[in-house]
Design a protein around this ligand. Structure first.
Ligand SMILES: NC(=O)c1ccc[n+]([C@@H]2O[C@H](COP(=O)([O-])OP(=O)(O)OC[C@H]3O[C@@H](n4cnc5c(N)ncnc54)[C@H](OP(=O)(O)O)[C@@H]3O)[C@@H](O)[C@H]2O)c1
Length: 276
């Protein structure tokens, strides 16, 4: 089984360098897929209120051979709960029958709703109350980050953003790093759509790995924390086996050069895309 190294976030909390995405795993099949992910070695599970699978995540952790403290459980507060974020976290804890969460993120900033600063204040209160060890955001631009930091004096530990070779987020990653924020990558293999690109295939062939493994190694090389999802135990294992090789700087740069301004998977620009 692959043992994943960890990294320490700006708030001192340690996280595995690669995690397991759970959308849209649900029901008994979802629980089975999550138990399998834990058994093959994932130790960070990413869920959200809006994935409607928090109960399955908790059930999978209990059904696995692991202790609660061995698994880093991360969920997200939905847009409709921005003005009651602490209560949203309490509800997640109730649904999951847990005493604490390892990480909670604001799922989307939803700027037209004007609630993300209040939501961040709620996450800060939840952390102070011991409900969550680490707090962060998702889909936050530098402007939104600066606004919540200025309002509270508290910097998010993580920012989970869309990141894959077609949308490598060069500026946003630099902005996160300048503020001491770890970048997490959602849709890290671009839902499979970037795996036949020539630089990805060339890097994979040069190292005797698959295109998905080359892309996940690209993330680790750049210091982003990828959260690949797979419902298939073989692909789950495969997506973890990315530590035994490294890409050259030229290979990394060639994959990054696949980026396009319109490379987002479904056009979800956080300045205009909103999810409640
Ligand atoms: N914060 C946000 O706004 C946000 C938005 C979207 C996603 N997320 C999070 O990010 C996670 C990952 O994103 P994602 O699921 O959109 O995309 P992804 O992880 O890039 O891709 C998942 C897709 O690729 C397939 N796949 C997995 N491993 C593969 C491999 N080795 N070779 C070929 N195909 C493979 C999966 O199919 P199989 O399952 O059949 O293997 C699935 O269809 C989500 O599960 C969720 O936790 C967050």
């Amino acid at each position: 089984m692959t043992e994943l190294p960890t990294r320490t976030l700006g708030d001192g909390v340690s996280v595995p360098v690669l995690g397991f995405g759970t959308y849209p795993l649900r029901g008994d099949d979802g629980v089975r897929a999550m138990v399998s992910a834990l058994e093959v070695g994932y130790r960070l599970i990413d869920t959200a209120v809006n994935y409607r699978n928090e109960r399955e995540v908790a059930e999978a952790v209990r059904a696995s051979s692991l202790d609660r403290g061995d698994v880093f459980i991360q969920t997200k507060v939905p847009g409709r709960d921005h003005r009651s974020a602490k209560h949203s976290i309490e509800t997640s804890l109730h649904v999951m029958d847990l005493e604490y969460l390892d990480s909670v993120l604001i799922h989307w900033p939803n700027p037209s709703q004007g609630g993300y600063v209040r939501a961040w204040e709620g996450l800060v209160e939840a952390k102070e109350a011991g409900l969550v060890r680490s707090i962060g955001v998702s889909n936050f631009t530098p402007e939104f980050l600066d606004e919540i930091i200025a309002a509270t004096g508290v910097t998010p530990a993580s920012n989970q953003i869309e990141m894959h070779p077609a949308f490598p987020q060069v500026e946003q990653r630099a902005a996160d790093a300048e503020r001491g924020i770890a970048t997490q990558a959602w849709s890290p293999i671009g839902r499979g759509e970037v795996l036949d690109a020539a630089p990805v295939v060339a890097a994979a062939e040069a190292h005797g790995v698959t295109p998905a493994q080359a892309v996940l190694r690209w993330h680790l090389h750049l210091g982003s924390l990828p959260l690949p999802k797979s419902g298939d135990p073989e692909r789950q294992r495969h997506n973890l086996e990315v530590l035994g090789f490294d890409l050259s700087e030229a290979e990394v740069d060639a994959i990054t050069a696949l980026g396009r301004p319109d490379g987002r998977l479904f056009g979800a620009d956080p300045v205009s895309h909103e999810e409640m």
